[in-house]
Design a protein. Structure first.
Length: 357
């Protein structure tokens, strides 16, 4: 993948959204997932060969098999689709989409850091990378060549992650815990997004307003997830270190206080604008302490929220962001099914791992 370049000129949301609607209609639905959970990895790969994943399965089939083939095909297909989004887009719309897709640069940086930290084989690390961000293939390959956390940080010098990671590395050296590094990556990604959105007019059809509204929800959901993880584990880590600026649900001080009072934390989430989409999950979390199920509910609720924005403002960037999330969920679901079948999970156990609306 070649590096992205900024473009100028007017946006073309009508054309892009028409293309996106066609791609969204082709995503797997409940019927496909019901078929897949009854298949083994080889059968899943053959099934995918009869779908829009045909090109990737055929291209990679000579090198990989089983779950490896499925994962490499999923990631290559994801990158292709998001490259298509950028090739269709012009002007400001291109800029908004390209900046959002840097989430995969953040994903890849954290994946490499974790892999190096656990001394994982580079090929195994590569299987989890998604080359759909702004980094070129060469830049990603150079990250894979790193043999220490320090080398990873050095390779990122000059990128948006460079200075924040260099600062966080000092704390990592003292603690040998990855939390400071991972938090630096996440905060940098969202801060960069919000710093570059431009002026928000608040008008109904203003694309920047819709973009910011979506980003605020995504940040709120990330802060929710981090707060509940901290509340459940009872860790002594400072909740403020996990806080991401830019949402509407918590302030930094509120999050720090609520982590110590789980009931109040759940109450604030329930009373928020997201509460009606999470009421069942909140009840389950209160009764069974099922954080995994709640995190799946968060993913589904964010997708539902994005769909709501897309339906309300069909010619805005919200439709594109909604499609990006939906495509990610498809990839995550297929991968979860393949991995679950590989380790012998039951159909019911695998189904519980899926994020569906």
């Amino acid at each position: 993948m070649s590096p992205r370049t900024q473009t100028i000129g007017s946006s073309n949301p009508e054309y892009v959204n028409a293309r996106v609607r066609a791609r969204r209609a082709a995503l797997f639905g409940d019927d496909e997932y019901r078929k897949l959970v009854r298949m083994g990895p080889s059968e899943i790969a053959r099934f995918m060969e009869e779908t829009e994943y045909e090109t990737e399965i055929n291209a990679l089939g000579a090198r990989y098999s089983g779950v490896d083939l499925i994962e490499y095909a999923l990631h290559r297909n994801l990158a292709k689709h998001f490259d298509d989004l950028l090739s269709w887009s012009e002007g400001r719309l291109y800029d908004l989409i390209a900046n959002y897709l840097r989430k995969f640069d953040a994903w890849n940086v954290k994946t490499v850091i974790r892999g190096v930290y656990t001394d994982t084989d580079p090929e195994a690390i590569e299987s989890d990378l998604i080359r759909a961000g702004e980094f070129s293939d060469r830049e990603v390959d150079r990250l894979l060549e790193a043999r220490s956390i320090e080398e990873v940080v050095e390779q990122l010098d000059g990128t948006i992650f460079g200075d924040p990671l260099a600062e966080a590395y000092e704390e990592y050296e003292e603690t040998e815990v990855l939390v400071p590094l991972e938090n630096a990556v996440d905060r940098t990604y969202y801060e960069h997004l919000l710093d570059n959105v431009g002026r928000v007019s608040g008008e109904r059809d203003d694309p920047i307003t819709r973009y910011v509204e979506f980003l605020q929800a995504e940040i709120d959901f990330r802060n929710m997830r981090n707060a509940l993880r901290l509340a459940r584990t009872g860790t002594e880590l400072d909740p403020a270190e996990f806080f991401i600026e830019g949402g509407t649900l918590f302030t930094r001080s509120e999050l720090s206080a609520l982590v110590g009072n789980r009931e109040e934390l759940l109450a604030q989430i329930e009373e928020s604008r997201y509460g009606d989409r999470l009421d069942e999950a909140l009840a389950e979390l209160s009764e069974a302490d099922s954080l995994i199920a709640f995190e799946h509910a968060l993913d589904a609720a964010l997708l539902e929220y994005a769909d709501k924005l897309a339906n309300r403002y069909p010619m805005s960037v919200a439709s594109v962001l909604s499609y990006i999330l939906a495509k990610e969920r498809e990839v995550d679901n297929i991968r979860a099914i393949a991995r679950g079948r590989e380790v012998g999970l039951s159909e019911e156990e695998i189904t519980e791992e899926l994020v569906v609306l």
